[in-house]
Design a protein around this ligand. Sequence first.
Ligand SMILES: *Cc1c(COP(=O)(O)O)cnc(C)c1O
Length: 386
Amino acid sequence: MSHIPYSHQNIDDDDIAAVTAVLRSEYLTQGPMVAQFEETFARRVGARHAVAMANATAALHVACLALGVTAGSRVWTSPNSFLASANCVLYCGGDIDFVDIDPVTRNMSVAALRAKLERAAGRGELPQVVIPVDFAGLPCDLREMRELADKYGFALLEDASHATGASYQGQPVGSDYADATAFSFHAVKIVTTAEGGVVTTRDAALAKRLRLLRSHGMTREPEDLQHEVEGPWVYEQQLLGYNYRLTDLQAALGWSQLKRLDALHAARVALADRYDMLLRDLPLLLPARVPDRVSAWHLYVVEIDGARTACRRATLFDALRRARIGANVHYIPIHTQPYYASLGFKRGDFPAAERYYARAITLPLFPAMTGEQQDFVVRTLTAALR
Ligand SMILES: *Cc1c(COP(=O)(O)O)cnc(C)c1O
């Protein structure tokens, strides 16, 4: 069996034609395709506004800024995430902290969040923003988090980098509950623009700030100009922004990919269902199924059940890699990274995330994965666990 990656982009002839058409057009950088991609994405996830960015890290950064994160602002996220979910706060000079995970969903625990909010309220140290993460594509507990956000007065910035196409209580992720939702279109994610991201929101004023922050804080919109207009060349910088623009080449790829989102998602769901069936008798804890939500199945992560096997994660990982299976591990808890240790975090701070991490392993899952490849992964796992 040739190498089986843990994830792989899905590019077809229509995608190539869409990108090629842009290469022959007037615009290469942000132009009409970006607007078209934003409109299509917004419609697809039921969002009022979608603002495309160079990547999801940029999307999270400017979403934090647009939500008012600044020096000294308190922001909380999940330790079981990619570094960007926490780094975005530090870019703004904010103080990052974490809320431990629910060991079943592997998402930020609502019980832990509630308890931490109660303690913080007593000390007058409530967070300004909370960034829950839809880990592996499973939507977090959005309704409960919205209630807590309203009660304690923080903004909810959902990191849905894994969750394009996921839904919660029948509503697409990105449409409701959160004040802003960030998605990633990195090559390993559900749909790709190679590098890219987007922020969705219901709030028109927030969307306007996001657009300003994306491009140097600059505007040419006549109705937004603050100074007297000297002529049609006038542009104004109104705040300190960045160059976080997506290109039309990337937007064309994303727009073309979105047409296949349902098919790509269905392929992931079928593979996840089949993994569930094939792995059910092995000493593994399988991903949670939560009845009121549909995962995007960005990742399929199993945990080794230490009560039923003596096999260690490292042993299993080596066996998979030796068989040329691209196993992976998501995620090393952010607070245990050397940089975060230098900020004062230490091992033991978020025990559920650490326990989960110690036994987690990500199995290959991508839309073009064949049944034969999946059977080979399962056979290799079975032999190693025996
Ligand atoms: C991929 C990812 C990001 C960052 O996405 P980029 O587009 O690569 O910047 C942020 N958060 C999570 C949870 C991710 O998986």
